[in-house]
Design a binder for this molecule. Sequence first.
Ligand SMILES: [Zn+2]
Length: 135
Amino acid sequence: MTNENQELRKAGLKVTLPRVKILQILEASDSHHMSAEDVYKALLDAGDDVGLATVYRVLTQFESAGLVSRLNFDGGHAVFELDKGDHHDHMVCVDSGKVIEFVDTEIEALQHAIAAKHGFELVDHNLVLYVKPKK
Ligand SMILES: [Zn+2]
């Protein structure tokens, strides 16, 4: 049994060819962040005949099963990344659409402190910086 098959079963999903192919594409991706269209194009390039509607459906199933996270960046489409359980924040280049991951311990600590100052405990957060190449 392949890795992809095991991961699908572990997530409670039945093993189907489109699911295996799409999981392979996400795992092989250099950028780690792919839109449904990116996945669709990668499947076409690999000679796999999977429709865009199927790609959307499978990605939504993956999201529900906790296999991937959906990120909704301003002014663009949603991108998907494999959920490895590690926390990180993102910056998005407004020129190229490139997505960069980062973790900053000071920002992490500061967010806990701000929540605490308001009498709350931080449960989760979503930080996106919109950037452009420095001139
Ligand atoms: Zn990410």
